[in-house]
Ligand binder design. Sequence first.
Ligand SMILES: [Zn+2]
Length: 284
Amino acid sequence: MFLHPMTWPDNTKCAAAITFDIDADSLIRDARREDGELRLQAISMGQYGPTVGVPRILESYKRYGLTQTFFMPGWVMENYPGTVESILKAGHEIGHHSWRHEDPMNHSDEVEAELFGKAMDVHMKLTGRHPRGYRAPVYSITPAILKRLIEHNFLYDSSMMADDLPYLVETSVGNLIELPPHWGTDDWPPFAHFAEINYMMPVRGPSAGIAPFFEEFNAMYEAGGFWMPVLHPFLTGRLARWREVERYLEPILEKGDVWFATLEDIANHALKDIDTMRRVEIQV
Ligand SMILES: [Zn+2]
């Protein structure tokens, strides 16, 4: 059960959004600034995302008639404009995901403001609009970023984990909707092995890695909740893993009682429940 239940459009039972963060080779370039450009293995692992994973994912979405949300650092958008174009052409949303995947805890907020603005400029240039949603690199959102998002009229954030369902973040400068991720539906723990950034997990097989995401789905479906995996094309976009996702998705889509939408649409819908939704106050 939920303390602050929500209803979903057209009598659907639950809301779902498969989100992909296209970090590409920004990860290694930012983590190893002194010599990242020499680390071809790590660069190539990242490049797999936009060049192989994303086309595969977009083809599936087209086949299923799904419109979903991607998050991209500005640097990745600038370096992979064809990826941006194919995502937008298919009607998907692109959210703000920093400049080059730098962790906001590792520099001053002054630097963060400048990098944030650089990414905003790239969004404007390549998508023709300001992004409505934000997800912090490694979920590392700060009070200053939260304030900045509200001042820039962002509709939602997707970095904090205080509830199962969308909730309202209240601050002294305004509010936004939080669309909460959590580690149980993030594909880094089962699939990432990245020695250069000291992330060394035992890599799971496709079925063992993907099944838990759909156990999470089943619970959300039963309770009328919100299911939002946080995936990465260089991890879950791999052939066998994505095939496994498709195997689970197909019967869900066939039933037709789950509302798959972009995060922007889900956040807008959540606003309708603003009087009854969970509220979390944060000092900024
Ligand atoms: Zn990321």
